[in-house]
Design a protein around this ligand. Structure first.
Ligand code: ADP
Length: 310
């Protein structure tokens, strides 16, 4: 285990920001913390780093109690905070070198690692420029370079793609995968379910300071969905066709609207081939076909009655 959090509680006056949260993160994972704004993700992340003191509970990092091994543990962690933390009056290169020194790097190893970090984040060409002239995406990439210069075992990224351009966003998502391939364990918080679905090997969903579900994306979807829906646009349709579809194995519901057929079937019944055959045999032509699969948004909606972006 890289990180084990047990029953942590954090209260800000009358706001219970983190309510008895427990997490276990294994080495090699890209661990997603998904939840709407205010769910308690940042507070949880900040307790791992000692930036926020917990009211109760325990935190173990790399098998050691965080409180009594803070300095040693912090050297192995890289943090990309939600609010960009770089020095506007230092060049990109000087920023990375500054953070490298904080982590104890020096001499040729420091210059080598600084170059690697800037190349990795795609801003080596801009190393002499000052972040005050950077776009939000470039600043974010610089922040990542500063966080990984010491090649940490655990990298924590708190909403790293908020408010940036699509090109930098894609670059960051690819970087996360690459850092993980190179051996780092990653904790990634986001309220964008698409990102978490794409990246994360394990996902914990938080809401109102609590964990409401956890699993791989397939396990989470399995929890909420027992049906599969297919929408098929056909050239023409008649009563006999809808009746024969209704009689098919696993089919629970057939709705026809204009020339759009919506067919709900029990999961694990692979009847799509037969559905298509039945339609074409009736003399109708299939114009489009859309299989509606549950997303993490469906999971959140089912568990809380709200959408992630409410
Ligand atoms: P998220 O990262 O999921 O958006 P946060 O951890 O930032 O959620 O916030 C959780 C709750 O704690 C929110 O209600 C927020 O307003 C509150 N909160 C966070 N930080 C502070 C603070 N420093 N002082 C008071 N309340 C806070």
């Amino acid at each position: 285990m890289v990180l084990e959090i047990k029953n942590i509680v954090k209260r800000y006056n009358d706001v219970l920001a983190v309510d008895n949260v427990s997490l276990s993160i294994r080495e090699g994972e890209i661990y997603g913390l998904l939840g709407p704004n205010g769910a308690g993700k940042s507070t949880t992340i900040n307790t791992i780093l000692g930036l926020t003191k917990i009211d109760s509970g325990s935190i173990n990092v790399f098998g050691k109690d965080f409180g009594s091994n803070e300095m040693e543990i912090k050297k192995e962690i890289g943090i990309v905070p939600q609010d960009i933390a770089v020095f506007e009056d230092l060049s990109a290169y000087e920023n990375v070198v500054f953070f490298g020194k904080l982590y104890g790097l020096k001499g040729s190893l420091l210059t080598e690692r600084a170059k690697e970090a800037l190349e990795f984040t795609g801003i080596w060409e801009k190393r002499e420029s000052y972040p005050k002239k950077f776009s939000g995406g470039m600043k974010r990439r610089l922040n990542i370079a500063c966080a990984i210069v010491h090649q940490p075992k655990l990298i924590i990224m708190d909403e790293p793609t908020v408010g940036i351009d699509p090109q930098s966003r894609n670059h960051i998502l690819e970087s996360v995968k690459e850092l993980n391939r190179k051996g780092s364990t990653i904790i990634y918080t986001s309220h964008y379910m698409e990102e978490v679905e794409e990246l994360c090997t394990y996902i914990t969903i938080m809401d109102n300071g609590r964990i409401i579900a956890g699993g791989t994306k397939d396990e989470l979807k399995e929890m909420v969905s027992s049906d599969e829906k297919v929408e098929i646009k056909v050239s023409d349709v008649n009563y006999t066709l809808t009746e024969s579809l209704k009689k098919m194995d696993g089919v629970k519901e057939v709705v026809l609207e204009k020339n759009m057929l919506s067919i709900v079937s029990a999961r694990n019944i692979s009847n799509l081939g037969k559905v298509i055959d039945t339609i074409t045999e009736s003399g109708s032509e299939i114009l489009s076909l859309n299989i509606e699969r549950p997303t993490l948004e469906t999971v959140f909606l089912t568990l809380t009655g709200r959408t992630l972006r409410d």
